[in-house]
Design a protein around this ligand. Structure first.
Ligand SMILES: [Zn+2]
Length: 289
């Protein structure tokens, strides 16, 4: 089962969260029929949104990450509720690029780096809180690190990974964020940098040993405590009522034109595999409301 585990280390100067999200990313892959490259790009973004969303304190809050780097994959959108449950989509889910020389999926080229990573936090107030930062590499983890350090001004390190199997299914997916609280000393920063440099590949750890081993490797030599463990999943909040609201907002002339055609209208959720159908009579009723 997918989960987010949180820990503190070094007397509270270090906070770390690990997301183990294989099933979540596999669900996204199946919904959107993603190519391996798109699975990796969307999956990394979903893991990032889950980690940031789960850190929100507002119970009804939600968090959206949008990435558009001008590359052939187009925009990527991932939305998390404040419990780390996520949904998302990618514009060109079928895009496939040749592997990089090291055999890895070329997410950076697919995403591009000519654009922004934007995080909007909806705290239930009138306006969402929006922060953004220029993309660094399009590889997403580096871009997220830049966002957290520049825009939110919390020194952070993060890794995001999706391992796609030969049958295109997701073998492992997840991510971690380590953040330093004010007053952390240089030696501690150096220790974490060394640990992260020396650690095994994230998806290999998740596939073989599990999330607990990610903490053991990143926080090696530090005293740490697990503070919470919560389940996460791919979760969409669409409903027929929401689609009806969207139809009502189309505008009377356009809606009349659709009704005049006399055909059923199907509306697909952009985040999940649900399709909502409306007969001309149902559309008429919505028109009259
Ligand atoms: Zn949906």
């Amino acid at each position: 089962m997918d989960k987010i585990i949180r820990a503190t280390a070094a007397e509270g100067f270090v906070k770390m969260a690990v997301a183990d999200a294989r099933d979540t990313v596999e669900r996204a892959r199946v919904i959107h029929a993603c190519s391996p490259t798109a699975t990796a790009a969307l999956g990394r973004t979903l893991c990032a949104a889950s980690l940031l969303g789960d850190a929100m304190k507002e119970e009804k809050g939600s968090l959206t990450i949008r990435i558009n780097g001008g590359g052939p994959i187009g925009s990527i959108v991932a939305v998390s509720d404040s419990q780390g449950n996520v949904r998302g989509y990618v514009e060109n889910a079928q895009l496939q690029l040749p592997l990089r020389e090291n055999g890895k999926l070329d997410v950076g080229r697919a995403v591009g780096r000519d654009g922004m990573l934007t995080v909007s936090r909806d705290l239930g107030l009138k306006e969402p809180y929006i922060g953004s930062t220029a993309l660094v590499s399009g590889e997403i983890a580096e871009d997220l690190t830049a966002y957290l350090t520049e825009s939110e001004q919390v020194p952070s390190a993060c890794a995001l990974g999706v391992l796609v199997d030969t049958d295109r299914s997701v073998k492992a997916a997840g991510g971690f964020i380590v953040q330093l609280m004010p007053g952390a000393d240089e030696a501690l920063i150096q220790k974490l940098e060394d640990n992260i440099f020396l650690m095994d590949q994230l998806t290999a750890i998740l596939a073989e040993d599990g999330a607990e081993t990610v903490f053991a490797q990143v926080l090696k030599g530090l005293e740490y405590h697990i503070v919470s463990e919560k389940p996460i999943e791919y979760r969409c909040y669409c409903s027929r009522e929401r689609v009806e609201d969207a139809i009502r907002s189309i505008g009377p002339e356009e809606l009349d034109a659709i009704i005049t055609e006399g055909k059923d209208v199907s509306v697909s959720c952009q985040f999940c595999d649900k399709v909502y159908s409306f007969t001309p009579e149902e559309l008429k009723a919505l028109r009259q409301e």
